[in-house]
Design a protein around this ligand. Sequence first.
Ligand SMILES: [Zn+2]
Length: 410
Amino acid sequence: MLSSPLLALAGVGGAFSPASAAADSIECRARELHFRSLVIDTHVDIAQRCFFEQFDMGRRDAEGSVDIPRLREGGVGAVFCAAWVPAKLSGASAVKRALDLLDAVREQVRLHPGDLALARTAEEIRRAHRDGKIAVVLCVEGGHAIDNDLAVLRSFAVLGARYMTLTHFADTDWAGSSGGLVGAGGSKGLSEFGREVVREMNRLGMVVDVSHVSDRTFADVLETSAAPVMASHSCCRAICPAMRNLTDDMIRALAARGGLLQITFHVGFLSAEYHAAMCAVMAEFESRSRIRNEEFGDNEARMLRQDELLRAEMVREGKLPPVNWEKIVEHVDHATQLVGAEHVGLGSDFDGAFMPEGMEDASMLPRITEALLRRGYADEDIRKIVGENVLRVLADAERVAQETAAGASS
Ligand SMILES: [Zn+2]
């Protein structure tokens, strides 16, 4: 966009207006702040596109939300790429899917060495950023992907996975899930083996991700984990009552132990109105989705984009309400008012969920910085929210791992 304050001062487009000049100076200041910050998105589902469709991240695509050009336009410094394993897979096929997805992302890093760099630690993320590259951090979504075997967990860590989401839409043998997109959520917590998984993740320096877990599992994780934990992509239940979101008490408990709530952009977790409408039409949505997706086999990337078209259709039919991107800022603000800017961040779920209007892809992220600035947030707090907090939590996880190793050898 042209530098409108200068145009206004030069008298272009009408008389000089101090109010519009001030407004436009916020826009300029926001861009400057955003592009000098290390912006981190802790949950992106690009792995499916890379694996199922051989999508090349170097190409700017008209579909989906994430590729290198759009990450660059959005000023993104690091992106956590999730190896999401659907709950319908189990045993060896779940392990295999996680390995395939991790490999698909690693291959993209290999093919684009000038733009992408694999990062395992906070320092490696900073180094990639200094080198002008986008740091790619691997992670696993769905604890069933370890097939009840700590050896598999350790192998994921060796491959570079820096967090694991303990469940997806269904309980695992050792951890309870908050359930699907709608619904009441389960009451199961962590089993003794589940606690072992958490302790092993602590020892490996992997962050424990509590998005998708039941409230009981959340409490059990906080009780068990020696390191701060993260909800990599969840919202505030006080604003939208989906069980995938955290209550104010949960957010306070997470923050009290140094943890982090990464606000997600999925419309069904942002908007109470959308969530209620989706609960009412879920059966219809699922049956229409099933018919359309029959031909796609297990291509999760394709199915998601078909479902996105179906959602748009149901919005046009008046069965689902549209949701605006500014809802994201409402959730960020609610959590920040509650526990401070040190415990809040962004985990979009791009390419894995339905995005609100105005935040369809990664190039639009600077809008969030601008919106926070307009709400009066200090530059330093915005820098924490858009990325620095994640580096702190990663560094804490690394410190706990080192202390555990030192304790074991002394
Ligand atoms: Zn998820």
